[in-house]
Structures are given as structure tokens and as C-alpha cells.
Write a protein that binds this ligand. Structure first.
Ligand SMILES: Nc1nc2c(ncn2[C@@H]2O[C@H](COP(=O)(O)OP(=O)(O)O)[C@@H](O)[C@H]2O)c(=O)[nH]1
Ligand SMILES: [Mg+2]
Length: 327
């Protein structure tokens, strides 16, 4: 079994040495542990530092493309390099590397497709009260969209099996953590949460400048992911409510017309009622179309997974150690 620890990096020359030094290179149950750095157009010495510190593979983008792209490139390369397990961690040495041992255990025991490291955000001293509360509350809401209960959805310290990495599809070029949790729940992957430790804070987050931005972006990514699976449910719900208001207004008009003889005083209600009935019906139809598109997406995803498998089987695992060169 081979584990590849991937680290997407944007200007991490200062913290990368400690991050790499913390990663255990021998883990019970695994033959190899390798480190893959994805340098996303860093303008500092990230790639050189990674090479000096003994990273096994380095992928470099000539310019910054965003964490989502880096993550995806990491998965593609790790799969090509024959990874059986892929762990993602941050280049800012945020997560305690030794806990990689804990992340792989549920996978080695055959109990998990995805293992999420729980930072126990409620207890992290340098998180503000607002951030702690929102992290806890947000995690509950977002994971419920996948029918799961994950205490730390935003944790970037995770282990994926090879099969999961092959199946995953990513549309966000930003933060993938919430997207994968919703997807995991909807697709029925076995998700296991293990408590992990964090190191003292090295710097501010590069992904989010404030808590509000974090909530907005993660919320929107989660809802969009949920909509990929449950479009009919969402549109039908809006459609039924709109249609029901239209029916109620129509009945109200009929009441005035038939029992009070005031039909001509309520023409506006009839117009509004007709608009709402039409809009509600249209929403329902849109839901059906979206549902058909979602079915196609599922078929496409399945084909893509199979194509990736065929591709990887043809090329075979690339054992090539670039020694830190560009792949
Ligand atoms: N590839 C890539 N990685 C990024 C980018 N921004 C941040 N990162 C990396 O993503 C990881 C998480 O970023 P970080 O600032 O620690 O975010 P936080 O942990 O959510 O506070 C780190 O390893 C960063 O180097 C980016 O634009 N592209
Ligand atoms: Mg971090």
C-alpha cells in the first residue's frame, strides 16, 4: 500500500520545512509514504524549499490557479503515481503531521472511504467566539445537506481512498472541503471522523480574509453541490409554495365573487394569482429538467471514473521520482 501526502502550497517557504519534517515516513500497514507538493504559482522559494526538505514529487503551475485546481492536479498526479491512499494537508503546518497515522487507520481497517480530521474547533483557543460558533453551527448545517453529522466540515486534513479519489468530481476552483462532504453524503461513501491535533497558528488564513466571507462562500458551494443532487426537491418545494399562494389568492377571489358579489373589486388578486400559478408550475417544470440533467451528470461521472481507471491501467503507476523537478 502506498500513501501519498499532498500539500497544495501558495508561498509557503517559511512553514513548509516544519510541515514536511512532521510527516511520518514509516507507518504500520503501509509500504511507502511519499510527499507531493503542488506549487500553485508561488512567487517565493516554495518549490526549492520543498525539494531541499525531501519532497518526493513537485507539480508546479506557472501562475496561481486557485486551491481547487491545485487539489485536482494533486489527485491526478497521486493516482498516476499509484497512491492507494491520498492525504491532504496544509502547507502552513496547521495540522499535526503525526496524526496522519490516525487518519489512515480507518482506511487500512476497511471501514472508510473518506476520513476527516476533526480539529474540535470549539476548543481552539486562537479562534474567536464567532468563528468557533459559526464553524460548529455551519458544519452541522452543511453536513446535514449530505445527511451526515460532521463536526468539522472545513478541516483540510483528510484521507481519501484511491477509489474515492477516482470518483470525486470537483467544480469549485476554491475550497473543496464542504463540496466533498455533501458529495460524500449524497453518494453514500463511508465517512469516518477522527480527532486530530493542530499546531500553534503560524499565520492568517489565505483562503478567507474574514468569517463572513468564509460563511458566504462555503454556504454557496454547499448549496450548489446539494442542488446537483436534489434539484427536483428544491425546485418542487419553491414551486409548490408559489403555486399554493396562487391557489389561495384564486380561492379568495372566488369567495368574493360568489358570496359577496365584489368580484370586480379584486381583479388585482386574480392577476397575481394567475402569475403565481404560472410561476409555480414553471418552477416545477424547471425541477424536472434539472433532474434529467442531474441524471446525465451521474452517468457522465460514472463514465469519467471508468475512463480514468482505463487510462491509469494503460499507463501503469508512474514510479518516476522527479527528485523535485517539474512534472
Ligand atoms: N494551490 C493553492 N493553494 C492555496 C491557495 N491559497 C491557499 N492555499 C494553500 O491551501 C492551504 C490552506 O490555506 P490556508 O491559508 O492555511 O487556509 P485555512 O487553513 O483554511 O486557514 C495551504 O496549504 C495554502 O498554502 C491558492 O490560491 N492556491
Ligand atoms: Mg491552514
Amino acid at each position: 500500500m502506498k500513501l501519498i501526502v499532498q500539500i497544495p502550497c501558495l508561498n509557503e517557504e517559511e512553514t513548509l520545512p516544519a510541515t514536511i519534517a512532521d510527516i511520518p515516513r514509516e507507518i504500520e500497514g503501509l509500504e511507502r509514504v511519499e510527499i507531493l507538493i503542488i506549487d500553485d504559482g508561488s512567487t517565493d522559494r516554495t518549490a526549492e524549499v520543498a525539494r531541499e526538505c525531501g519532497a518526493d514529487h513537485i507539480v508546479r503551475f506557472p501562475q496561481n490557479r486557485g486551491l481547487g485546481h491545485a487539489f485536482k492536479a494533486g489527485f491526478d498526479n497521486a493516482l498516476r503515481l499509484g497512491a492507494d491512499i491520498i492525504i491532504n494537508t496544509d502547507g502552513d503546518n496547521q495540522y499535526f503531521g503525526g496524526d496522519i497515522r490516525e487518519l489512515v487507520k480507518p482506511i487500512l481497517a476497511g471501514r472508510a472511504d473518506l476520513v476527516i480530521g476533526d480539529r474540535r474547533t470549539g476548543d481552539i483557543g486562537h479562534f474567536s467566539f464567532l468563528k468557533r460558533t459559526l464553524q460548529t453551527f455551519g458544519s452541522r448545517v452543511i453536513s446535514r445537506l449530505g445527511g451526515l453529522d460532521i463536526p468539522d466540515v472545513a478541516s483540510g486534513f483528510r484521507a481519501y481512498t484511491r477509489e474515492t479519489a477516482l470518483k470525486i468530481s470537483m467544480f469549485t476552483d476554491f475550497d473543496h472541503t464542504a463540496e466533498h462532504v455533501v458529495q460524500a453524503g449524497q453518494d453514500g461513501w463511508a465517512v469516518v471522523v477522527v480527532p486530530i491535533r493542530t499546531n500553534p497558528k503560524a499565520r492568517e488564513s489565505r483562503l478567507f480574509s474574514n468569517v463572513g466571507e468564509f460563511v458566504l462562500k462555503s454556504g454557496s458551494i454547499s448549496l450548489r453541490t446539494y442542488a446537483r443532487y436534489k434539484a427536483l426537491k428544491i425546485f418542487a418545494a419553491f414551486g409548490v409554495v408559489t403555486f399554493a399562494v396562487g391557489v389561495a389568492l384564486g380561492l379568495r377571489f372566488l369567495y368574493y365573487l360568489l358570496f359577496a358579489g365584489q368580484g370586480d373589486l379584486h381583479i388585482q388578486s386574480v392577476i397575481l394569482s394567475a402569475v403565481l400559478l404560472l410561476a409555480g408550475f414553471q418552477m416545477f417544470l424547471t425541477g424536472i429538467v434539472a433532474d434529467l440533467i442531474a441524471t446525465n451528470r451521474m452517468l457522465l461521472e460514472d463514465s469519467l471514473t471508468r475512463i480514468k481507471k482505463i487510462e491509469l491501467a494503460q499507463t501503469g503507476p508512474a514510479e518516476r521520482n522527479t527528485g523535485g523537478g517539474r512534472q
